[in-house]
Design a protein around this ligand. Structure first.
Ligand code: XIL
Length: 385
């Protein structure tokens, strides 16, 4: 990470300029007013504890968004491709691979001496269409093996950690009946981890999922970790997506995630952290959970802050991030990485999911690439508990 130190001067200039031109939204926590924090950046602040990363989009990878790239290379020491390594983009047709964006992604990480994450090898979403139509288990096995082997081998020694299997569990802890499960059988996860380990024995291999705070789902994931370990299959950690909101999950629930995963002998990575400040459609529809929330599109009740985040919510967001990072510091020995799902609010997927066309504020940098109050509260945290 030595390259990073070269950037400290840039960071100083960067924030000095930002504050000179007036960053009104962080006026109450002005970075310029505190000389000791000027050279502090997210990754350097937590450097001795865990990696701090961001998911980056294609514009950033291709160099079309220099402001985003600047933040990524000064504030973070790990990157994840938001979409560019997903199956539908990497292998859209049988055995037709397209690595052009992925190669640039990996090169960006190498050039900046970053911890590089691969996301995601086997996932039922954003899968190539041809994979959905396969009705034969030998054919399914062959395609999955070929995909895992081809992609992992290509970046052997470069990609440091892979989300090997993503979202394989139902909420009750049973295995999701994905095309992989249906064609390859219930041991498919073990098999996929073995193929990945063979292709790059040194890469960290992670199982990644959402709603890990829910006890039944977590129990399923923990059973998987124990099973793989007892089979002698390499698994290096559990990835907790961490698409959370201002109130849920509770700090107690988050702490339980960390303790339970550590209890099966693997570290936790928070792989997709963002905090939605908008109303949840799941609460609005009660028990009738539907994935189609288009009924709420354009509903002002569901999009209360289209013109800016009121201070009171900005403060709540800052406090929420502060509380969460306090927990991360407390359990630093059990956590290997904290990655934000995006760089700045404007490009967050949460503007369009689960309801299209909203204005959300889930990250540490605002729509103008300026650090928010939450950024400063996180940086002000002591890193010794
Ligand atoms: C999301 C991306 O952010 C969006 O741009 C894309 O349209 C859909 O996927 N869990 C994951 C991520 O593992 O890959 C998802 O990323 C968000 C949920």
């Amino acid at each position: 990470m030595n390259n990073k130190f070269k950037n400290i001067t840039y960071v100083t200039v960067f924030y000095t300029v930002i504050c000179l031109i007036g960053c009104s939204n962080i006026a109450s926590t002005s970075i310029a007013s505190n000389d000791t924090s000027v050279s502090d950046t997210l990754y350097s602040h937590f450097k001795e504890l865990f990696h701090v990363g961001a998911a980056i989009n294609e514009e950033t990878i291709l160099g079309y968004d220099s402001q985003s790239e600047k933040i990524v290379t000064t504030e973070f020491n790990s990157i994840t491709p938001e979409n560019s390594l997903k199956w539908m983009f990497i292998q859209p047709k049988p055995n037709e691979f397209n690595f052009s964006v992925a190669d640039k992604y990996v090169q960006l990480g190498l050039d900046n001496n970053m911890h590089i994450v691969g996301h995601a090898l086997v996932w039922h979403s954003q899968l190539a269409d041809f994979m959905q139509d396969i009705q034969n288990s030998a054919e399914m096995n062959a395609h999955v093996q070929n995909h895992v082997n081809t992609v992992v081998s290509r970046y052997k020694g470069k990609i440091n950690a892979w989300d090997v299997v993503n979202e394989a569990f139902n909420e009750d802890g049973s295995l999701r009946e994905s095309v992989f499960y249906n064609q390859m059988g219930e041991d498919y996860i073990d098999q996929v981890f073995r193929w990945a380990a063979k292709a790059d024995p040194d890469a960290d291999l992670i199982y990644n999922d959402y709603n890990v705070y829910k006890p039944l789902k977590r129990a399923g994931i923990l059973r998987l970790v124990e099973k793989l370990k007892s089979n002698g299959t390499k698994i290096s950690g559990v990835g907790v997506q961490a698409h959370w909101d201002l109130n849920s999950p509770s700090l107690k629930e988050i702490e339980q995630i960390i303790l339970d995963i550590a209890s099966v002998g693997v570290p936790v990575s928070f792989t997709e952290l963002d905090i939605s400040v908008l109303p949840s459609p799941w609460e609005m529809v009660g028990a009738e959970v539907s994935q189609n929330f288009s009924i709420f599109e354009g509903d002002p009740k569901m999009n209360p802050y289209p013109n800016g985040l009121p201070d009171v919510i900005q403060n709540q967001l800052a406090k929420r991030y502060e509380d969460i990072f306090k927990l991360f510091v407390k359990h630093k020995d059990k956590i290997s990485r904290v990655t934000f799902w995006g760089v700045m609010d404007k490009h967050s997927w949460l503007n369009d999911w689960p309801i299209k066309g909203r204005t959300n504020y889930p990250l540490l940098f605002d729509r103008n690439y300026q650090p928010k109050k939450a950024y400063q509260t996180v940086l002000d945290l002591s890193t010794t508990d």
